[in-house]
Design a protein around this ligand. Structure first.
Ligand code: B12
Length: 363
């Protein structure tokens, strides 16, 4: 697992990652066949859905592994394993099935890849499994000055009472609590906790969707206050990468910049690269923010950054990256070629401001 040299990627690892990603579907089928051969109890599972689900989940395992190898980040892979074990515990699947799945992944990839490549893959998987208890994940909540209100907000949403949740937020506005605090201590924190409840199988996907939609609605009710701040001659374009559906994080970043006087152009989720590039050419932002939450979307971040860098008309724009994988691997933004990274929306304002100062000095 040779380390990458400063900014940039290890070429061999990048190629391994790309190949696993390209062949993920067929590899997943072979891994499933291998696992069934080695775990006699799986042969008793004759239901077609069992095979389909196992192959689908193995494909996710391969995609997470591929992108972590691509950027030489054992931490990203280890964090994924930690998350996966917690998820499986929630639905009552024993750890040994996950471990066996990776034993089969190693065996199948060993046949498919050259010896030195397969050593890299094995080292990633072994290191991940060995360090799973100690790697990043499940960080305890920072001190939350609005924890009582946040708990009441989550309870209201879980009871399906978004009106009550809205009233809690309006009361905070009346108490002149800064919008930034409401965003981070209520909206962001409640989303994180709702995600945890889903992961532990304590709430349904439908409940999680309801909570997210309600929070988006309540955020929208604050917009008149956000857009009334005086503006400077600065523009920020905010986008997720292609397949990424988690859009609240980058929306918060965009709203914080709007509150600090930037004109923001929020594109949200699911937008083709060409459209993002076109927007950059037309809007001429000083900074573009790119968000990814799912680790196997980081190859898309890298592609988007490469596209921006090589497109005439986009030379001046500074690129800031962020989202969950960037919190796990603190040098990922450099590996992917961004100009900066921020842990959250508050820090994003400071980083965006510093990026434009740097570019002014360079001029
Ligand atoms: C809501 C939600 C969804 C919704 C998203 C809807 C929407 N309109 O956004 C839906 C239902 C679509 C969804 C789908 C999935 N989800 Co989801 N989801 C969540 C949840 C509960 C909340 C996300 C959120 O709103 N967070 C709040 C925001 C404010 O926080 P944030 O994103 O971290 O953003 C802050 C910083 O990271 C940073 N930041 C973010 N972007 C940027 C960008 C820049 C430039 C900068 C500087 C900073 C920055 O600043 C932000 C503000 O402070 C999370 C739980 C969690 N812990 O986040 C799970 C979570 C992210 N989802 C998860 C998963 C697994 C999935 C699915 C794969 C599930 C599935 N099997 O289908 C799919 C993948 C979909 C896809 N292709 O993207 C996992 C990811 C685990 C992992 N290891 O990868 C999580 C962590 C849940 C969990 N605990 O298991 N999900």
């Amino acid at each position: 697992m040779r380390k990458k040299d400063g900014c940039g990627m290890n070429k061999t690892n990048r190629e391994i990652g790309i190949r696993i990603r390209e062949e993920a579907s067929s590899l997943a089928e072979r891994v499933y066949a291998h696992q069934v051969d080695h775990m006699p109890e799986l042969k008793e599972q004759t239901a077609k859905e069992f095979a389909e689900k196992s192959i689908r989940d193995t494909k996710y395992n391969l995609l997470y592994l591929a992108d972590a190898i691509m950027v030489t980040s054992p931490d990203l892979f280890c964090n994924y394993l930690k998350w996966l074990l917690k998820l499986m515990e929630g639905i009552g699947i024993p750890e040994k099935y996950i471990v066996e799945n990776f034993v089969s992944i190693k065996a199948v990839l060993h046949e498919r890849f050259k010896n030195e490549e397969s050593l890299v893959i094995e080292e990633f998987i072994n290191q991940g499994l060995d360090n799973v208890q100690d790697c990043y994940g499940d960080e305890s909540e920072d001190y939350n000055p609005l924890s009582t209100e946040k708990d009441a907000y989550i309870n209201a949403l879980l009871q399906g009472d978004r009106k009550k949740a809205g009233v809690i937020v309006q009361d905070l506005v009346k108490r002149k609590i800064p919008l930034e605090d409401i965003y981070l201590s209520i909206f962001q924190q409640s989303q994180y906790e709702i995600g945890d409840l889903w992961q532990q199988n304590k709430i349904t996907v439908a409940k999680e969707h309801y909570c997210t939609a309600a929070t988006q609605l309540i955020m929208g009710q604050l917009y008149p206050m956000i857009f009334e701040t005086p503006k400077r001659d600065l523009t920020f374009v905010a986008t997720c990468v292609g397949q990424e559906l988690h859009e609240l994080g980058i929306r918060m970043v965009s709203d914080f910049l709007e509150l600090s006087g930037w004109n923001t152009y929020y594109l949200g989720a699911n937008l083709p690269t060409a459209e993002v590039i076109q927007t950059i050419i037309e809007e001429k932002p000083q900074v573009v923010g790119i968000s990814a939450t799912i680790t196997y979307h980081i190859s898309e971040v890298q592609r988007l950054i490469e596209e921006i860098r090589k497109t005439p008309g986009c030379e001046e724009v500074k690129i800031m990256a962020g989202g969950y994988p960037f919190l796990v691997d603190r040098s990922l933004w450099k590996t992917l070629g961004a100009d900066g990274f921020a842990r959250n929306a508050e820090e994003a304002v400071t980083v965006a401001e510093s990026l434009i100062i740097t570019s002014e000095i360079q001029e």
